[in-house]
Design a protein around this ligand. Structure first.
Ligand code: SF4
Ligand code: SF4
Length: 347
């Protein structure tokens, strides 16, 4: 829509003004790492963070949430919807791509009213990554180093003494008009931004040995790869990889009843396809009893199934699963090994 400039000395005022009208969450330091959390004091906000332990997904699909309350005697049920107006500030481009996928998942075919209520009341402010998070990230290979159109409201780029603000939606435009002291970008600003964006590109390495466009086809011919057995033998089935993943959205539900045994609520909580009983169904059949089968399933979700279903990749290259895995199972080594087995590494 437009490009605005907010001087850095005015950024604190912008955030403080938003804090008066919304719950503002953003990257905060936690010991030597970063987490997305509520910003109550400007000093807590670290827009120059590398990565966060959990992705900002947790504010759209919380680890635990109540779906409805019920009374077991009267059979009354009441929806519990969390639609608190929220600004998620400082979302990296890989995490924006992940939210774009979640938006498809939770509104295509079946509208998930809890996700949608939060999403509609959330303003997303992205931030351009100018350096790779660390050795684990492979966003450039996955095509997520630039923000996805139609997903964010505002997108910030650090241009030295100011932030350039790409205004993408009406909501974002209103936020700037209402809460920021901003001016229109001029020719000099455009030149600076273009220089910064072209200079950043070589800093990010390609990690995949092939073009990501080939990934779904590679997966299709990798069903019987011996790699799945090898991964299954070392995987601890801890579920850390899926818990930290911005594109994983599997959940389970259970009813929680109070001491009266009448009032209760239905809870939705994150689940993991890597856990033992994930695919166990009534009657006792387990569709994926071995760790090898669960690893294969996970990587097919990342490399093929989501692309088939939504036209979007199921992995955005954030590197969180590789950082979290104690036995160093990563998408890069897995996909590259499948490619090597298929081609001998020859492009
Ligand atoms: S699979 Fe790993 S690298 Fe890919 S999006 Fe999930 S956590 Fe990030
Ligand atoms: S984090 Fe590693 S060990 Fe744990 S379930 Fe995932 S792949 Fe297996």
């Amino acid at each position: 829509m437009s490009l605005k400039i907010i001087p850095k000395e005015k950024m604190g005022e912008f955030v403080a003004n938003m804090m008066g009208a919304y719950r503002v969450v953003g990257p905060r330091q936690k010991e030597h790492q970063y987490v997305f959390g509520p910003i109550e004091n400007l000093d807590e906000l670290h827009l120059d963070y590398n990565t966060t332990i959990l992705p900002p997904k947790k504010y759209l699909l919380p680890q635990h949430e109540s779906l409805f309350k019920f009374n077991a005697d009267t059979f009354d049920a009441e929806l519990t919807i969390d639609d608190q107006p929220t600004v998620i500030l400082g979302v990296h481009t890989c995490d924006l791509h992940a939210i774009q996928l979640l938006d498809q998942v939770f509104q295509r075919d079946h509208l998930d009213q809890h996700y949608m209520a939060r999403r509609e009341n959330t303003i997303l402010i992205g931030i351009e990554c100018l350096e790779p998070c660390d050795d684990h990230s492979f966003c450039k290979s996955m095509g997520t180093l630039t923000p996805p159109t139609g997903c964010y409201d505002l997108h910030l780029t650090d241009i030295g003494d100011s932030y350039a603000v790409d205004v993408e939606t009406e909501k974002g435009a209103w936020l700037v008009v209402r809460h920021a002291e901003a001016r229109d970008a001029d020719d000099e600003d455009y030149k600076r931004i273009n220089n910064i964006l072209s200079e950043k590109w070589p800093r990010f390495p390609y990690k995949l040995d092939f073009d990501v466009g080939e990934l779904p086809a590679l997966m299709s011919v990798s069903q019987k790869s011996p790699l799945w057995q090898q991964l299954g033998e070392i995987c601890l089935a801890c579920g850390s990889c899926t818990n930290v993943c911005p594109t994983c959205y599997c959940f389970d539900m259970r009813d929680k009843v109070g001491l009266s045994l009448t009032d209760g609520y239905r809870e939705r909580f994150w689940d993991s396809c890597q856990l033992d009983e994930f695919a166990l169904v009534a009657g006792g059949h387990d569709f994926r009893p071995s760790r090898a089968a669960r690893q294969r399933h996970r990587f097919f979700r990342k490399g093929k199934y989501q692309t088939d279903a939504y036209g979007l990749l199921g992995c955005v290259g954030c590197g969180r699963c590789g950082r979290a895995c104690l036995v160093e199972i990563t998408p890069v080594t897995t996909f590259n090994e499948l490619y090597r087995q298929r081609t001998g590494g020859v492009r």
